[in-house]
Design a protein around this ligand. Structure first.
Ligand code: F0G
Length: 446
């Protein structure tokens, strides 16, 4: 597998360093074996998340210098509004500081105690926000999504038959299509699947909202994997996607190529107005929604940069390179490679560690111990007994790491595979009431 040539050169550098083994062990102890608690300066390669962590372009940096920080009507807002319109076709978007701010507004507008939500698979913060409003969530990905090495090209698709059954049998308040499906392995949703899901939702008068944080990556896969769209531009696929929904929200920390930002938009002017009222209460005025003018400038430029097919080809190529190399090193991986991360599944490889002792977390800790590389567990620690897989996710920040960084990650995983039987389980010593993986304390079981 070849690594793609980066379609950029590096102009600004940020030094990174590798703490020695003794220090890494101490840091793990002091962080209570929770990788979220490790200071980033003690991390050599940080693959915790692709959210807000990417490198900015020269165009983004220069736009930030001319940002307008006015409270009402800043120039930077109009520029962002125009970019969101060009990207999505939404004429009256609402800025938010990140995706979960939009999730809270959506929850407040659509949900109530006992409400029901259907999705191809909600992300953890979305689910937690919805559940905090008393909603019940049904994740219904297609059956192929549940098999690690099934190479269905669109494992992010929603199960259309189950969707129709649920809409017929239950009073569903909301359907969310997550594009790509992060929790399910960064897998794309076919545009045709979205179109059909929206048709069904319209028949049952149920609103469909797109979680669009990785929609440029999703559209790249639509172009590559569905021959019907092979001649379309990425921008046309993105815009076509947004035609088949009642609203959308987007964390700009992903395909907005920004460090901060997001937007929320509805086709219904009444919903838009009510969302604006809540925005002022929680986020800020409707012309900045928790963002500085600098953030809005960087977001406006980054959003349109994410449509560049050469960039998307390089990005998908990096994920593919890492995924197949990890597979060659012996690990089970989610196939086909997804959009923003490689995923190792450890149920078989670490079968000596029971689920209650978090085998994927054990590997994530070991990856830090061995190579000061930070990844994240997406398994029983994050999702308790709802976890379908025991994943370690290697999220690749955008435009940041080179081939040699990824080769270092691959070497580290080769070494760990050789002594995989030595890995031990973990137990939780402190557990917060929700989203426990962020704040939990753990200790190794000896
Ligand atoms: N939806 C999806 C599919 C996400 O992946 C995320 C965040 C959000 C919503 C929430 O957006 O972070 O801006 O509030 N995902 C990050 C991750 C945190 O690491 O996958 P946010």
């Amino acid at each position: 597998m070849k690594h793609p040539v980066e379609p950029f050169r590096i102009k600004v550098v940020e030094p990174i360093s590798l703490p020695d083994r003794e220090e890494r062990e101490r840091i793990l102890r002091e962080s209570h074996y929770n990788l979220f608690k490790i200071p980033s300066e003690k991390v050599f390669i940080d693959l915790l998340t692709d959210s807000g962590t990417g490198a900015l372009s020269q165009e983004q940096w220069s736009s930030m210098m001319v940002a307008d920080e006015s409270y009402a009507g800043p120039r930077s807002w109009y520029k962002l509004k125009e970019a969101i319109y060009e990207f999505s076709g939404f004429e009256d978007p609402i800025p938010v500081h990140q995706g979960r701010a939009a999730e809270k507004i959506i929850a407040s507008l659509f949900l109530y105690e006992g409400a029901k939500v259907v999705s191809n698979t909600l992300f953890d913060t979305t689910r937690a926000n919805f559940e905090s409003y008393g909603a019940q969530v049904y994740d219904i990905p297609i059956p192929e999504a549940k098999t690690l090495d099934d190479t269905h090209p669109f494992k992010g698709n929603i199960d259309l038959k189950e969707l129709e059954d649920l809409l017929r049998q239950k009073d569903i308040s909301l359907v969310i299509m997550v594009m790509t499906n992060n929790t399910g392995g960064g897998q794309p949703v076919d545009l045709d699947n979205l179109i059909q899901a929206y048709e069904i939702c319209k028949r049952y008068n149920t609103p469909l909202i797109i979680d669009a944080c990785r929609i440029s990556e999703n559209s790249y896969f639509v172009k590559r994997r569905n021959p019907k769209y092979s001649d379309w531009s990425i921008k046309d696929i993105v815009r076509e996607s947004f035609k088949h929904c009642d609203g959308a929200f987007m964390s700009a920390k992903k395909d907005g190529l920004s460090n901060m930002g997001g937007f929320l938009a509805f086709k219904d002017p009444d919903k838009t107005l009510r969302a604006k009222e809540l925005l002022i209460l929680w986020e800020g005025f409707i012309h900045y929604g928790g963002l500085s003018g600098r953030d809005m400038e960087s977001f406006a430029v980054g959003l349109l940069e994410s449509l560049d097919e050469r960039y998307l080809e390089y990005r998908a190529g990096q994920v593919e390179y890492l995924t197949y190399a990890l597979k060659e090193a012996g690990w089970d991986v989610m196939l086909p490679p997804g959009g923003h991360a490689a995923y190792i599944e450890v149920s078989k490889t670490l079968s000596h560690i029971p689920r209650e002792q978090f085998p994927a977390h054990s590997l994530a800790v070991e990856i830090y111990r061995e190579g000061a590389i930070r990844t994240v567990e997406i398994g029983s620690l994050m999702f308790k007994d709802r976890a379908k897989f025991e994943f370690v996710r290697f999220a690749i920040p955008r435009r940041m790491y080179t081939k040699s960084h990824l080769d270092y990650v691959i070497d580290t995983l080769r070494k760990i595979y050789e002594r995989k039987e030595d890995l031990k389980g973990y137990r939780i010593t402190y557990e917060p009431p929700f989203l426990r993986h962020f704040l939990a304390d753990l200790e190794p079981i000896n």
